[in-house]
Design a protein around this ligand. Sequence first.
Ligand code: ADP
Ligand code: MG
Length: 294
Amino acid sequence: ATPTSVLVSTGQAARLGVLFRKGSALQMLDELRVVVFDKTGTLTAGHPRLTDLHGCDLPPEVSETDLLGWLAAVEKPSEHPIARAVVAEAEARGLPLPTPTDFTALPGQGVTATVAGHHVAVGTDRLMAHLNVATEAGAPVIAELARAGKTPMYAALDGRLAAVLAVADEIKPTAAAAVAHLRAQGLEVVLVTGDHPATAQAVAARLGIDEVFAGARPADKADIVRRLRQRGRLAFVGDGINDAPALAVADVGIALGTGTDVAIEAADVILMSGDPVGVLQARDLARATMRNIR
Ligand code: ADP
Ligand code: MG
């Protein structure tokens, strides 16, 4: 390998906003077979909005508005885009956000805290199961929200189901084209997400992706990547703290520059613009460089 060709290529790459942190990424991208994408913040904009909040069996002294304020208070310390959506809605309605105590974030599952004397939890069915909260009453609404491509969540108050809520996130304008081009190059494209299976399917269908793994916690994402690597060289593309383990075990970890520092630290390649088309640019640069070297 001539160092000059690598340098020229990476200079060009930098102008495109593609940063290579590891030289070996060039060869891995040249030999690429499989591209695994995270969904939220990677193929979707990552700026979800709260679209639904349905109280379930709320105690009479608690209004849906009170509940929204408490949910927002619990979400306030979280960096997750879902958390920002809940907080934004509460702030838009001018609700007071009490300061939570005992805040706990469970990556890929949700958050819990004590607010205004109540134990409040927001997140997935797995989080609710972990807290022994029965979710049957909310399950039909959850399923309907997910089929609409929204991300549904349960909220619990003092150990009982209190509400079902959902956020919706727009697909990035270039995401479907990026997927189509990768597939046209003969690559397999896979979606892996912590989101609800029906939500993941709805989004995948709009993107032309037919292989989907949903409900994946951070460690599950890494296990899926390890398994899919058996098909050949694999790139994982992600943006979140929850993606760091998968970025680390992929042949090429590709983080979006718009993502969290933890993801960027774990990656071999960084796409500064946050545009999924950058995966194609990175691959084109890698192939051109490898041709020069050979
Ligand atoms: P993705 O893989 O799509 O980026 P995550 O792994 O970050 O998603 O989250 C998976 C799921 O965990 C979310 O769809 C949501 O149901 C739940 N979740 C994660 N963080 C939060 C939070 N701060 N508040 C509520 N729910 C959350
Ligand atoms: Mg993400």
